[in-house]
Design a protein around this ligand. Structure first.
Ligand SMILES: C[S@@+](CC[C@H](N)C(=O)[O-])C[C@H]1O[C@@H](n2cnc3c(N)ncnc32)[C@H](O)[C@@H]1O
Length: 248
């Protein structure tokens, strides 16, 4: 599948999704994002050193923008938030989450992660949640991140499926069987580190399987198993957060 076709699927998903299109805000959407929120909330605390004191925040691949609304409401109420997604139909639902959290997102844009309509050195914090493995153009995205991040600013990719090269194809098969509605990739940490080095961002990688335990009984056992034998996380399909800091 070429990139245009893939991006069209991503864009149209939010137009046609039964429970997540912009014409209504469904209980289904509220409950599913609220479940994700438990994971996001834990992760905010784990990565708080990269988040606190951020005055200008940008979210990439935001979907309906619930994560930014939550972060603004409870952690960064005085910060400026800009929420972006490739799909204008996702952005059209940000209003529902603003209403739930009783906050205002300062700017919203439908744009690609690798073509950001912002000036150089604009943001202290850039983040995405469960989205970078949809971006495909990771190196181009991190080049844009580097351009629009302020000095010492951070970019966090939360909750990404990861694997060593050895299990890449297997994990790809698995993640795409879970939800075939949009094509997904799996990130290989060793490759991510090389990209970060080429782009000139300082790279941190955190395996974070703890929050996966709630998803199903099987996954609970699987992630318990790979947490007990920590070295397995480096080889087998896993889940990670990545942080990139603009130290130059
Ligand atoms: C799995 S969804 C996650 C959405 C949201 N973060 C959430 O947790 O509900 C991935 C998101 O990435 C967006 N996306 C895919 N490719 C993109 C790109 N190149 N640039 C920006 N957003 C993109 C999709 O439209 C989708 O909203």
């Amino acid at each position: 599948m070429n990139i245009e076709e893939k991006e069209k699927i991503e864009i149209e998903f939010w137009k046609n999704a039964r429970h997540e299109n912009p014409s209504e805000f469904s209980v289904h959407s509220f409950l599913s994002k609220t479940l994700q929120l438990q994971t996001f909330h834990k992760k905010i605390h784990k990565r708080i050193q990269f988040i606190r004191n951020s005055k200008n925040v940008l979210e990439l691949g935001s979907g309906q923008g619930w994560a930014s609304c939550f972060l603004k409401k409870w952690f960064l109420p005085h910060s400026k938030f800009t929420v972006t997604d490739i799909s204008p139909y996702a952005i059209a639902s940000v209003k529902y989450w603003e209403e739930i959290y009783d906050i205002k997102i300062d700017e919203t844009h439908a744009c690609k992660s690798y073509q950001l309509p912002f000036d150089d050195n604009s943001f202290d914090l850039i983040f995405c949640y469960a989205a970078a493995h949809h971006f495909v153009k990771i190196e181009e995205t991190l080049n844009e991140v580097k351009r629009v991040l302020k000095k010492n600013g951070s970019c966090i990719f939360f909750y990404e499926p990861t694997s060593s090269k050895l299990f890449y194809k297997l994990h790809m098969k698995y993640v795409n069987s879970l939800d075939p509605s949009t094509p997904e990739d799996v990130l290989i940490p060793a490759e991510m580190e090389k990209i970060a080095n080429r782009v000139g961002l300082t790279y941190y990688h955190f395996y974070d399987v703890e929050s996966q335990h709630i998803r199903s009984l099987f996954l609970g056992f699987y992630f318990k198993f790979i947490s007990t034998f920590g070295f397995l996380k480096r080889i087998l399909p896993s889940s990670s957060d990545f942080v990139f800091v603009n130290e130059d």
